[in-house]
Structure formats: C-alpha cells, structure tokens
Write a protein that binds this ligand. Structure first.
Ligand code: GLV
Ligand code: MN
Ligand code: MN
Length: 390
C-alpha cells in the first residue's frame, strides 16, 4: 500500500476507534470520563488492546497513564513520546484528547518494522481536563515529576507521584490535538502548528451568607450568597481576558430559600502571563469588596496556575517542515499536556481542523481526510527526528 493509502486506511480506523472509545463513559447518554474512574480504566483497557495490536509493549504507570512502547534496538536510547489525554470534560466530544492518542498508535503502526534510534512511546494521559479535582495535568505532571504537595493533598490517589521518570531519558514530546477553534477552518487548512499554549489559573471560591425565607426576609436584610456570586461572574466577563465560571452550585438550594452558600470555579486565561495574573488579582479584590458590601464570607483558593508555555523552536520547525508549506501557526487557548512537557524536553504540537471550531461539546467533529494528513505529518516528523538522531 502506498503511504498515503496506508494513512487513509489508518485514518478510517481512527474514526471507527473514536466512535468506539466515545461510547466508554461514566454517564449514561453522554461522554464523561474523569480521572481514575471505572470508565477511564475501561478506556485504558480498550486503547491498550489497540496498542498491543500495533506491536507495542503496554503498561499503566502509577499516575494511571497508559503507555505503549516500541523499544529501540539501540542501547541507552532515549525516548520520543507522542501523547495526549484519554480523560474528558462532562458531556464531551469524542476527539478532544483521544484523537492525539489514536494518531500516536497509527504512527506506531505505520512505522512498524522501522528501526528507530529512540524508543517510541505513545501515551494516553489520565487527567488533562482536571474535572475530578479541578487541578489539571495530574498524569503528565506525575510523569514529569512536577506534582506539588498541594496537588497530592487534594487527591485520593497518593501514589501518583511515583510515575515520575528521569527527564534525561526524554528526547522529544509531540502532541496532536483538534484545534478547538475556527482558525484552520477559516483558512481552509487541514492542520496547523502550535506556537505557544496559553497560561491558565484555576480558582475555587465560595461565598457564605445566610439562608432564609424567600417570602419573609426583606430584600435589604438579606445576605444572599448567589447575588454576590452573580456580581463576580459579571465582573469576570468584563475583565479583558478569557474568564469562565464553569461550575456554580447553590448549597441545598430551593426555590423558596435565600441562597446561603454558593461554591463556584473560575478559569482565567491569557497568553500574556502578567495580564492573566493582574486580572486574577483584580477579580479577587473585587470579590473581597462584594463580600464586604453584602456581609458575606469569601473563600478564594488558587487551585492551579500554569504559565504560558512556548513550544520548542527547533522541534516546531521540524514539525512545520513535515507539515509542508503554508501551514498556519497559532497559539493555543486550550491547555495541553505539551505545556507540561515543554518544561522537561523539546515539545511541539500539531493541530487538526475541527468543524466550526466546536469543542468541549458533543458536537466535536473532524474530517477523516484531515486525520490522514495528520498521520502523514507525524510520521514524517518522527522519521526526520530519527534521521537527526541516527
Ligand atoms: C482543556 O481542554 C482546557 O484547556 O481546559
Ligand atoms: Mn479539553
Ligand atoms: Mn484536550
């Protein structure tokens, strides 16, 4: 089979596998897979069978990352990793994360029998979305030895730090992912190359007021926690950065009870770290003022901060060459495991066009022909790396 025909067949297989994996969920009627859930374990098992079928040695590490390895014949060889994540948001689409893992397996299949001067590893990370603990990248940070005591204090799975591997064994990290935005579609290109991944801050907050009777408490005597939270939500919207309150819960809410306790999350992003930090500080000051004015008690906890991560210039150049001319370069507003790896080894990312830029939504969609292009680009990139390190 010609290489392009082979990539087309592999792309068709990726589409089928995406459908199959997209049905592995912890919720009925929609796709949700969170860190270390039974659904994640089932997903790992399914993907492990595909890795095994591609001739890889498969294991799950202490952070529940699934790792398929094609060992190099060379002694003392380092490792090239192709990874992305297998966890999802709630009510997710089926390509955010899994597509990159399935593309990695396709690369291993295409290169089966090719002697490489490095081990080739395909990794399905266990937690990129951070849904379960609101702290992201538990899998990749576990592998890179970047978990902090505060992360371990927050999780039940205390052993995840044992996934740490020596950074010196990592030669390069490549990740493919759906774009999750409209740039490629607008420019009519199947793939693009990522320049940097925007930093993000995740905050967990609560406001405590006083629950009371909705029919008898005069408006001016209330300590309504939700009304206070609403002021903060609307202020976040005007902060001039990407700011999202994605979870907001009224504790024991009822239609005839004044909200006494509200918990909410805040996700703040910008490619400029200083701008993101300034927005977070301003929002916190505003929240303090809202709480004082309304006689509420504020709790404000920064659960995670990730700085903007630049992709490695040389590896990005290699990926651009593998992708051919006229390939758009763009920053990523979404977080990716590549942001973690960029602190440890040269890292680069390929984006695959997705329909309407839709993501974190069941409507995520990619074209099989674009997936075939991505297989070809990644294979060319790995072969070029082999030539340079041969
Ligand atoms: C992951 O998708 C994130 O950017 O939140
Ligand atoms: Mn995501
Ligand atoms: Mn993702």
């Amino acid at each position: 089979m010609s290489k392009t025909r082979e990539s087309s067949a592999l792309a068709a297989q990726i589409m089928r596998r995406s459908d199959e994996l997209g049905a592995v969920s912890e919720e009925r009627g929609c796709l949700t897979r969170t860190f270390h859930s039974p659904a994640m374990q089932r997903a790992n098992k399914l993907v492990a069978s595909w890795m095994g079928g591609a001739g890889m040695d498969v294991r799950v590490d202490a952070a529940f990352n699934l790792i398929g390895r094609v060992p190099s014949v060379r002694r003392g060889a380092k490792c090239v990793l192709i990874g992305s994540h297998l966890d999802t948001v709630r009510n997710a689409g089926k390509y955010d994360g899994p597509l990159g893992v399935l593309l990695g397996i396709a690369v291993a299949e295409r290169l089966r029998g090719t002697a490489l001067p490095f081990h080739l590893e395909v990794v399905g990370f266990s937690d990129e979305e951070g849904v379960r603990y609101q702290t992201t990248y538990l899998g990749s940070r576990g592998m890179c030895g970047l978990l902090r005591a505060a992360d371990l204090a927050r999780v039940e799975e205390k052993g995840i730090a044992k996934a740490r591997r020596p950074v010196r064994e990592m030669l390069a990290y490549l990740e493919a992912h759906i774009e999750q935005g409209p740039v490629l579609e607008v420019s009519n290109r199947p793939v693009g190359v990522v320049t940097a991944i925007a930093g993000q801050t995740r905050i967990r907050a609560s406001l405590t007021g006083c629950a009371g009777h909705a029919g008898t408490t005069p408006m001016h005597l209330r300590q309504d926690a939700l009304a206070g939270a609403a002021e903060i939500v609307l202020a976040a919207e005007k902060m001039g950065v990407l700011a999202t309150v994605g979870q907001l819960e009224v504790d024991r809410g009822a239609s005839n009870v004044i909200p006494g306790l509200v918990r909410f999350t805040l996700d703040v992003r910008d490619v400029k770290d200083a701008k993101r930090r300034a927005a977070c500080a301003k929002l916190q000051r505003l929240a303090v003022a809202v709480a004082r004015k309304r006689k509420l008690k504020l709790r404000w906890e920064t659960v995670q901060e990730t700085a903007t991560a630049s992709m490695d210039p040389a590896l990005t150049k290699l990926l651009l060459k593998a992708a051919g001319s006229r390939v758009p370069r763009m920053p990523s507003g979404a977080g990716h495991d590549a942001a973690v790896f960029s602190a440890c080894c040269p890292s680069a990312m390929l984006f695959v066009r997705c329909k309407g830029g839709v993501s974190h939504h069941p409507g995520e969609s990619v074209k099989e022909s674009d997936v075939a292009v991505a297989v070809d680009v990644l294979v060319r990139a790995v072969l070029e790396l082999a030539k340079r390190h041969g």
